[in-house]
Write a protein that binds this ligand. Structure first.
Ligand code: NAY
Length: 296
């Protein structure tokens, strides 16, 4: 738990105007996040546009983050693909990079039985020695895994935890109850970070940490230092983060975060890869006004 508990930024993948990857900005973003005190990174997940990158790009992005972090942060590599073979290839590459753990989204698109999904995870784990963090995101995958599924998977000591991206904190608490205290739970929806911590999460993996790392690192510190004595302060910090998140949901998460990082001077362009969109000039000026008023 000491090795893995904490705040992990689900890194965006900075791009040039033409949609090619801006590796320099990725290095700058990585070191900026470390300076802000994050525990580590989730690389190549939804926020990283992992499913919009080629396999080769996913590998190079990971190599860049590992190089920039230079042992100063914990690196979690999302290697999930809808195919087991592709996931294994990325898992092996990630292991060669010396990542601390791998993570894989539930295979989506094909309607699979729990046994097939379990077989997918077991095969990936058998191919490497790295610990596995299951990525639970029913809102995007349409796949809800049962508590029995988690309990079964957690019996394999290589499966160390779950990235739990759902607002169902009762279910989160039940995973804690069924899988035991040693099973790691990472909260995945930043707007309920504080509530997730109270429901038993050991840390969080979030996209809005790209633009507000300090708030979340601060909340995690306060809660770790004196438990819920700092509850009121943490609630106020969560409210501040949610003011930005509430504004963001009127737009699109990744283009929004890239635009804010652009305004913060951390990435060169706010470009994301199509089918993600570009903001209109009116939207840009609204975002700029919000940024000016809040320093998001
Ligand atoms: C990922 O793989 O990058 C994540 O899931 C990070 C978690 C984010 N989920 C998504 C779908 O973007 O930070 C959250 C999310 O953006 C935030 O809570 C706003 O809803």
């Amino acid at each position: 738990k000491e090795t893995f508990g904490g705040i992990y930024t689900a890194l965006v993948t900075p791009m040039h105007e033409d949609g090619s990857i801006d590796y320099d900005s990725l290095v700058r973003l990585t070191t900026h996040q470390i300076d802000q005190g994050v525990k580590g990174f989730y690389v190549g997940g939804s926020t990283g546009e992992g499913f919009l990158l080629t396999g080769e790009e996913r590998q190079r992005v990971l190599e860049t983050v590992v190089g920039a972090a230079a042992g100063r942060a914990v690196v979690l590599a999302h290697i999930g693909c809808i195919g087991t073979m592709d996931s294994i290839a990325l898992a092996k590459h990630a292991e060669r990079q010396g990542v601390d753990a791998i993570s894989a989204v539930v295979p989506f698109y094909y309607k699979l039985s729990p046994r097939e999904i379990q077989g997918h995870y077991e095969a990936i784990m058998a191919s490497v020695a790295a610990p596995m963090i299951v990525y639970h995101f029913p809102g995007a995958t349409g796949v809800s895994l049962s508590l029995d599924f988690y309990e079964g998977l957690s019996r394999n000591p290589q499966c160390i935890g779950v990235k739990f991206t759902s607002l169902n904190l009762f279910e989160m608490q039940q995973i804690r109850a069924r899988c035991g205290e040693d099973f790691l739970i990472f909260n995945g929806h930043d707007e309920v970070y504080a509530s997730g911590a109270l429901a038993g999460a050991d840390g969080a993996i979030g996209s809005t940490f790209n633009i507000m790392p300090g708030l979340f690192v601060g909340m995690h510190r306060l809660l770790s230092e004196d438990g819920w004595k700092s509850g009121r302060t943490v609630q106020a910090m969560q409210a501040e983060a949610n003011r930005v998140i509430a504004h963001m949901v009127g737009y699109d998460v990744i283009p929004y975060e890239k635009y804010m990082l652009y305004l913060q001077g951390i990435v060169r362009t706010p470009t994301a890869r199509q089918p993600l969109r570009r903001f209109t000039p009116e939207e840009r000026s609204r975002l700029e006004a919000f940024f000016e008023s809040s320093g998001a």
